[in-house]
Design a protein. Structure first.
Ligand code: NAI
Ligand code: MG
Length: 510
């Protein structure tokens, strides 16, 4: 029998083997040391990227009648990844006519139960091909593989599963009312979450019985085209989802097509306004998911280390390419100094680099244009007098990278506090009372999200009730679930996506 003493001896011996704290280098104890990890690169063997990628119309990949192609890059290296077809007006027209015919002859005639079966099948195929989808997303977008693998792709599958469940229960979603699909839906999505935004758009539209013409962002079309293969493999009837690749002109052709019943758009507020003007006075319905300048409010009674991780996740996650990024940080004055010191230490430990490396926290900025915009806004912040902190970590010499950084002592009038930067740049300021915190958080033309950090439930509820933001997280940030509606106030957009609210955006409810 092993005695307690023998056990103690054994565990002491084991502990000695795993380098006791006393034996670690001095810096490690102070937390200032950065542990070096050997590179751990995800293999790209699993993806096959076509040199020329065609349009997906009527269930087939076809040449664009425009015969035009453009290049998509890998932002991590700045190298060309593939050529993508640029859909012209005639191609968009063909896609819309195909979607209309399919709506009338096939999809609207099918029962909700049958539609649900296709969606379940798509969700399962996404799970089966999840590694391939994640690697392709990282190559085309520049986001860390850890995110595309652990966040984006699982949420994509979850979105199809969730909506598959609704397809035959729409009457229960709106009891006592009649629901019918809208018809042909045009959907335009951005580059920050290419696959996830495609799922957010396509899954509810199909569950509700609509057919779709989707236009991905010009820098990130590849994962949508891989999704098209999933639709083929799932046996989704030809023409239910059509994908037209291209830039703003292709999007505009879709918005202005007379036979589209609804436009759903996610992207910049500027383009959202153009689209709102274009559909005004037409039969088209519109939902817009636009930008944000969301605030974290951290009270002195919050669990500060937990809040710190929330802040890091809220702004440096996906290089800050997140519409609901927590890009403003409001600290209660009594803890501001302590928190900023913690923030510096933590930011200095983030790893910027090859997005395919599993240890990377911050990958590549999606395009040279976006990087230029971020740099310009950082310079503006310096000129306006913000106190700037940026670690000195190495970044790859090719590709588009921005070190994580923040400005402290920022006032509400600074450009930094008002303009969506869409990069890993945080603006920090302070408040004295919760009333002041609410005033500052609401002092923005946007209203997408907010984070409240406090150990007091009553305070959280009180403050949340006063914030003008569509999504409010308490003691956490950037948590998503297909059953929770997402959307904003004011210039952050119109309508909600996800949950029962999101279904109503794709239905006529009478
Ligand atoms: P954008 O709004 O131009 O692009 C989004 C989508 O709209 C893309 O598919 C694009 O091809 C399409 N598009 C562009 N012009 C169009 C038009 N006239 N009609 C129809 N579709 C059109 O955004 P961009 O230029 O890629 O990014 C600029 C800024 O917008 C970013 O720096 C960021 O601040 C913000 N943004 C916000 C996003 C969000 O999730 N709310 C997503 C992407 C960008
Ligand atoms: Mg690309």
């Amino acid at each position: 029998m092993t005695t307690k003493r023998a056990l103690d001896k054994k565990s002491k011996a084991q502990a000695a083997k795993i380098a006791p704290v006393e034996k670690l280098p001095k810096q490690a104890k102070t937390g200032a040391m950065k542990f070096e990890y050997a590179p751990s690169l995800e293999s790209t063997d699993i993806v096959r990227i076509e040199k020329r990628n065609r349009l997906f119309i009527g269930g087939k990949f076809i040449e664009p009648s425009s015969e035009a192609y453009f290049t998509s890059m890998n932002p991590a290296t700045g190298e060309r990844l593939a050529d993508i077809a640029e859909a012209g007006d005639a191609d968009v027209d063909l896609a819309v006519r195909t979607a209309r015919k399919t709506y009338e002859n096939v999809w609207s005639k099918m029962s909700g139960r049958e539609r649900g079966r296709y969606l379940f099948r798509i969700a399962r195929l996404i799970q089966e091909r999840s590694r391939e989808l994640a690697v392709l997303e990282t190559l085309d977008n520049g986001k860390p593989i850890r995110e595309s693998r652990d966040v984006d792709v699982p949420l994509v599958a979850a979105h199809f599963f969730y909506h598959a469940g609704w397809a035959d229960k729409l009457n229960y979603a709106f009891p006592g009312q009649n629901v019918s699909p809208l018809g042909v839906v045009g959907q335009i999505i951005p580059w920050n979450f290419p696959l996830l935004m495609a799922a957010w758009k396509i899954a509810p539209a199909l569950a509700c019985g609509n057919t779709v013409v989707l236009k991905p962002a010009e820098t990130t079309s590849l994962s949508a085209l891989l999704l098209a293969q999933v639709f083929q493999d799932a046996g989704l009837p030809d023409g239910v989802v059509n994908i037209v690749t291209g830039a703003g002109a292709t999007g505009a052709a879709l918005v202005n097509h007379p036979d589209v019943d609804k436009i759903a758009f996610t992207g910049s507020t500027d383009v959202g306004k153009i689209i709102a003007r274009a559909v005004a006075g037409t039969k088209k319905r519109l939902t817009l998911e636009l930008g944000g300048k969301s605030a974290h409010i951290i009270f002195e009674d919050a669990a500060l280390d937990q809040a710190l991780e929330g802040v890091i996740n809220g702004i440096y996650f996906n290089q800050g390419h997140v519409c609901c990024a927590g890009s403003r940080l409001l600290l209660e004055e009594s803890i501001a100094e302590e928190f900023v010191a913690k923030l510096k230490k933590r930011v200095a430990k983030l790893r910027v680099g090859n997005p395919l490396d599993k240890n990377t926290d911050i990958g590549a900025i999606n395009s040279a244009g976006e990087l230029k915009k971020i740099k310009k806004l950082i310079q503006l912040g310096k000129d306006e007098g913000g106190e700037f902190f940026e670690p000195t970590c190495a970044i790859p010499d090719k590709g588009f990278y921005q070190r994580p950084c923040f400005f402290s002592n920022v006032s509400s009038s600074f450009t930094l506090s008002r303009v969506e930067i869409f990069g890993p740049v945080l603006a920090v300021s302070t408040f004295r009372t919760s009333q002041e915190a609410v005033l500052k958080a609401n002092d923005t033309p946007y209203g997408l999200a907010a984070g409240i950090w406090s150990e007091k439930g009553a305070k959280i509820h009180k403050v949340a009730g006063q914030l003008k933001a569509g999504v409010i997280w308490a003691n956490t940030y950037n948590k998503f679930d297909p059953s929770a509606p997402f959307g904003g106030y004011n210039e952050s957009g119109w309508g909600r996506e996800g949950g029962r609210h999101g279904l109503s955006a794709y239905l006529d409810v009478r």
